[in-house]
Design a binder for this molecule. Structure first.
Ligand SMILES: Nc1ncnc2c1ncn2[C@@H]1O[C@H](COP(=O)(O)OP(=O)(O)O)[C@@H](O)[C@H]1O
Ligand SMILES: N[C@@H](CC(=O)OP(=O)(O)O)C(=O)O
Length: 451
């Protein structure tokens, strides 16, 4: 049995929902479907999840919200009309949103409940349409499916008992349709996963139902070796491992959520990335282990922007026992998580994401000066990280040299570099303004002779 997850780009309009329905009807192995909210129909369009977030912002700041509500409902009206399904659904959706707005007093809880509507309504519409088209389908809310999560708003983590609950759905005769992106806490709150989290829901359902394969449908036929928005005609990856995918999606490959691999890797359910607009193309497979390809040690190069390096220089740092612990403690005290820490004998750089650092750089610097009394503390913002990933890198000599050569020849100033302990990744920090140039230079160096 397969579990198929369809992303926002696959469900952005009635035309897209019809394609999704065709895929399900033509593949009797698909036993369960997880859906996202309607995504963008064109470049400047707004995802329904973002419209719901805007509605919430209006509500909590006391601004009128009727226009925001109408913008959301008009997306569903187009789909209901195009699919010619029961028009009463639209009234039901309006009442659901209004009841959340009227009854949920806590702002964070209200945000999660509103965000959940995007996927929840899509799942109800798809189940109706499939049944109408002759493929009996049954909608299950996450609560009905037994998807229970922790109670921290917008940061759901799955409770393990959910897998047993979901497995009870195995005997369902109809195609199961479940909304992605949220679960229910034991306190009865709707709690969403982080953004892009329908991929996580899909993985959870695949594991709960012991699926043979988890198909993840999007608007690309493959995962490419670099973001197709930045590299022309990038190399299409046939197969990559969970470990490679996690590194790449954590650092910029937005096509599949890095946390969606966690439910899968122990039970080794493979993931197929497929295109809703071209389902006949096989796609990219994510597996627990793969054959290494001799001439392709690097599988992908991702690039992510918005980092700051806080660098500390202290003579004989290496001789001071507990120095790193004290330094890291300062970041922990400010609740800032650390991404990388390249170091030398007398210096160390702590690299953090700007969105986690917020405006705490000065306070952290003050604490470092007070508690460690180093020679110098420097902060450099506006950095981008280039992450080069491949299980084959461990066995190939001269790969770092290739990257530094390409960057130097293209006048890109390398601010820092770090080789992961696993030897299956390397990280280069460059100025944010140079990341496009850096990515193109390094990509060409590794993939010049590979189509
Ligand atoms: N290496 C990559 N290969 C393919 N797509 C990528 C890659 N990196 C980023 N993307 C982006 O991921 C997008 C698909 O992910 P997402 O927007 O989450 O889709 P969906 O709405 O289907 O869930 C693509 O349109 C593409 O812009
Ligand atoms: N709709 C949610 C969850 C999600 O996974 O969406 P998508 O499949 O479009 O990435 C979001 O926009 O974050």
């Amino acid at each position: 049995m397969k579990v198929a997850k369809f992303g926002g780009s696959s469900l952005s309009s009635s035309t897209q929902l019809k394609k999704v329905s065709n895929i399900i009807q033509n593949d009797s192995d698909i036993g369960a479907v997880v859906v996202s909210a309607p995504g963008k129909r064109f470049e400047e369009d707004i995802k329904v999840t973002d419209l719901l977030i805007a509605l919430h912002a209006n509500k909590i700041t006391g601004l009128p919200y009727n226009e925001a509500l109408d913008a959301i409902l008009s997306r569903y009206e187009e789909i209901i009309t195009g699919l010619e399904i029961d028009f009463d659904l639209l009234d039901k959706f309006r009442k659901t949103i209004l009841s959340y707005l009227e009854n949920i007093t806590d702002n964070d809880r209200l945000l999660d409940a509103l965000k959940s509507c995007g996927e929840d309504f899509n799942a109800q519409m798809l189940a109706k349409y499939l049944s109408q088209e002759g493929t009996p389908a049954k909608y299950y809310s996450p609560e009905e499916a037994g998807i229970y999560v922790t109670d921290e708003a917008s940061n759901a983590k799955l409770l393990d008992e959910s897998y047993d609950n979901i497995s009870k759905l195995k005997s369902t005769e109809e195609v199961i349709v479940i909304p992605g992106f949220f679960g229910m806490s034991k306190n009865g709150n709707i709690v969403t996963f982080p953004r892009g989290g329908s991929d996580i829901s899909g993985a959870i359902v695949a594991r709960g139902l012991d699926a043979e394969i988890y198909e993840n449908y999007t608007d690309q036929s493959h995962i490419y070796s670099a973001h197709p928005g930045f590299i022309d005609n990038p190399h299409a990856i046939e197969e990559l491992t969970y470990r490679e995918m996690r590194e790449l999606s954590y650092s910029g490959f937005g096509i599949f959520h890095d946390e969606a691999l966690e439910p899968l890797y122990q039970v080794k359910i493979p993931v197929m990335i497929k295109n809703t607009n071209a389902p006949e193309i096989e796609g990219t497979k994510i597996v627990s282990k793969r054959e290494l390809i001799k001439d392709i040690p690097v599988i992908g190069i991702s690039c992510d922007v918005g980092f700051t390096a806080i660098s500390v220089k202290d003579y004989l740092m290496n001789r001071q026992v507990g120095y790193m612990r004290k330094l890291l403690q300062i970041f922990e005290n400010h609740r800032v998580s650390v991404e990388h820490m390249p170091s030398g004998i007398d210096n160390i750089s702590i690299i953090v994401r700007n969105k986690n650092l917020e405006d705490k750089a000065e306070l952290i610097t003050e604490d470092i000066n007070d508690q460690l009394e180093p020679e110098k503390v420097e902060t450099e913002g506006d950095l981008a990280l280039l992450v080069i990933v491949g299980e084959g890198m461990e066995y190939t000599v001269g790969l770092a040299n290739k990257a530094t050569k390409a960057l130097t020849e293209n006048d890109v100033n390398i601010r820092m570099m770090n080789q992961g302990a696993s030897e299956s990744s390397m990280v280069f920090a460059v100025k944010m303004s140079e990341y496009d140039k850096a990515l193109n230079a390094v990509y060409k160096e590794y993939f010049r002779n590979i189509d």
